[in-house]
Design a protein around this ligand. Structure first.
Ligand code: FES
Ligand code: MG
Length: 593
């Protein structure tokens, strides 16, 4: 642990508001209204760090709602360490409740949190993270503003159970949907099974986007070690909230800012961790976005180069079988990092929120259950990271290899003449509504040779980019035992899905990507060895179609329904670029520059 210079009370940012000798008139104005609910002038002017608690929980955001209670323990920790806590609400983002898609709101929550952190008298902030988009929105804002910041996850729900079987968030919906489509269960049974997966407060209990992004916040060093995996209702969660509150005060005195933690090495650590935990396909989007806001170069090639050959160590749904409680008891992320450190895969010197390095925090930790967190030498799967594909279909798309099932691999990837490559006939859907209307239409002729295409689902086509690429085959095919077809799309997919889809295709159809040129019946070739994805048409035919598309004014998409949809469509980047608001990325470290 290197010795850092400690700042003095006179250097606290909040003094510009409450104790500014150069502008006593404004100081009085700033101060007086914070007195009106019982704070004293002495508290606000006595050189205590003022710490924001960014509250993402509410009745509208049930995944994060437990933060309403946890914030009290955060406050206790801040007070115990000599700080003063000011809690404030963040724009709610409930993954499962927001129409048309919660991802639309990530950048809106980011923007509003930037304004709060920049514009109010805060010396540091505790980011209350959890549900999918809340974690990246908070980290992106902290990266832009660059005041000391620490993340506290709300924690996963307890394990879901039904008839003696674990029912994991999201993942159970995909499998129960298949059973319902196949006629094995009726609608009420479907509803009961899905409901059983949400037995307590907290976020998804699978390694979906919430568990992934909070594990990666920890792998980046932006939270205390061991905090991400603690289930929401466990006593350790409240204790961790208290310790997090204490830590942020210390971070302010040590002036540990996001830009000190979010280095290139930290991002590479997070990519390696993402493969080992079997993390969500949303992670590259969000991490690339955080990197852009802190000014670290990072792209999807880095994800494959740094992460593809990392083995899958965590046996958790959707890539494995267990859920959040087993993962926590087995040691959570520190146990995973310890395996990766021993294998030489981690930059041990990366700084973390407690002032220690990643190596100091995690070296020597170990798994308490080697079925849940495997040793590096005995993984669930070798080379479990993302592949980065390119070709005439798109410039960039990723494929999560940790969820390729044996059934899928046997059908598509084991042709002795051409292993790891397959061809098929495209069946094209323009957005999720088109898919739902037509998937069971026999006229489409969908069979084992078909590749399902979802387009019009990217940041422009479906504002925010919908999680719809993992498409279920038609019921008739499922009843014949074909449970998955290859899917390709310019939208996203839920982190809880076990579909090895090719997704986040950029540029999307609505931005003129190759998917816009496809017609149902075209042949497509995917070669995972060559990392290629191509339309098997002559260049002249592709050029002809591109001209015809331009003559029509480009790929059509539906009008915006809200002001924000229109504003974001005007300035948003593609999924491969983190779906950031392009003008926002030039604002870096704004609290200090
Ligand atoms: Fe909120 Fe999964 S829906 S964490
Ligand atoms: Mg989701």
């Amino acid at each position: 642990m290197s010795a850092r210079r400690r700042i003095s009370p006179a250097e606290l940012r909040s003094r510009l508001w409450f104790d500014n000798p150069d502008n006593p008139g404004m100081t009085a104005l700033y101060l007086e209204r914070y007195l009106n609910y019982g704070l004293t002038g002495e508290e606000l002017r006595s050189g205590k760090p003022i710490i924001g608690i960014a509250q993402t929980g509410s009745d509208l955001a049930p995944c994060n709602r437990h933060h309403i209670d946890l914030a009290e323990r955060v406050r206790d920790g801040i007070t115990a360490a000599g700080g003063l806590a000011l809690e404030f609400p963040c724009h709610p983002i409930q993954e499962t409740g927001k129409r048309p898609t919660a991802a639309l709101d990530r950048n809106l929550a980011y923007l509003s949190l930037v304004e709060v952190l920049y514009g109010y008298p805060l010396d540091g902030v505790v980011l209350l993270t959890g549900c999918d988009k809340t974690t990246p929105a908070c980290l992106m804002a902290a990266a832009t503003v660059d005041i000391p910041a620490i993340a506290l996850n709300v924690g996963p729900m307890l394990n879901g159970w039904m008839d003696g079987t674990r029912t994991g968030s999201g993942t159970i919906i995909w499998s129960a949907r298949e059973r319902h489509a196949a006629g094995d269960i009726d609608f009420q049974q479907f509803m009961d099974i899905v409901g059983s997966s949400a037995p307590s407060n907290g976020h998804c209990n699978t390694m979906g986007t919430a568990s992934t992004m909070n594990a990666l916040a920890e792998a980046l060093g932006m939270s205390l070690p061991g905090q991400a995996a603690i289930p929401a209702p466990y006593r350790e969660r409240g204790q961790m909230a208290y310790l997090t509150g204490k830590s942020i005060v210390e971070m302010v005195w040590e002036d540990i800012k996001p830009s000190d933690i979010l280095t290139r090495e930290a991002f590479e650590n997070a990519i390696v961790a993402c493969s080992a935990i079997g993390g969500s396909t949303n992670a590259p989007i969000h991490l690339n976005a955080i990197a852009k806001h802190v000014g670290v170069p990072l792209d999807c090639d880095d994800w494959e180069r740094v992460g593809f050959d990392v083995p899958l160590l965590v046996n958790m749904q959707p890539a494995g079988e267990y859920l959040g409680e087993e993962y926590f008891r087995a040691g959570g992320l520190p146990a995973v990092m310890a395996e990766l450190i021993a294998a030489g895969r981690i930059h041990e010197n990366a700084l973390t929120a407690n002032g220690a390095t990643m190596g100091e925090n995690c070296r020597g930790k170990h798994s308490w259950d080697r079925d849940v967190i495997r040793p590096y030498a005995e993984p669930l799967r070798e080379r479990a990271g993302f592949l980065h594909l390119k070709g005439t279909l798109f410039d960039s798309a990723i494929m999560k290899t940790s969820v390729i099932s044996n059934e899928f691999a046997q059908r598509y990837l084991q042709n002795p003449d051409d292993p790891m490559a397959f061809e098929g006939r495209a069946v094209v859907f323009d957005g999720p509504e088109d898919y739902h209307h037509r998937i069971d239409d026999p006229a489409l002729g969908i069979d084992e040779e078909s590749i399902l295409i979802m387009r019009g689902a990217g940041p422009l086509g479906y504002p925010g980019a919908a999680e719809v690429v993992n498409m279920q085959p038609p019921g008739a095919l499922i009843r014949r035992g074909v449970r998955a077809l290859p899917c390709i799309g310019d939208g996203r997919q839920s982190g809880t899905s076990a579909s090895p889809s090719i997704l986040n295709a950029s540029p999307e159809a609505a931005a003129g990507g190759g998917l816009a040129l496809l017609e149902s019946g075209d042949r497509i070739r995917i070669d995972l060895n060559k990392r290629s994805a191509d339309i098997l048409l002559a260049p002249e035919e592709l050029a002809r179609r591109r001209e015809a598309l331009a003559a029509k004014g480009g790929f059509p998409y539906p009008p915006s329904q809200t002001p924000w949809q229109e504003i974001q469509r005007g300035i948003v980047d593609q999924l491969s670029e983190g779906m950031v608001l392009k003008p926002a990325t030039k604002y870096q470290r704004i609290a200090t520059t």
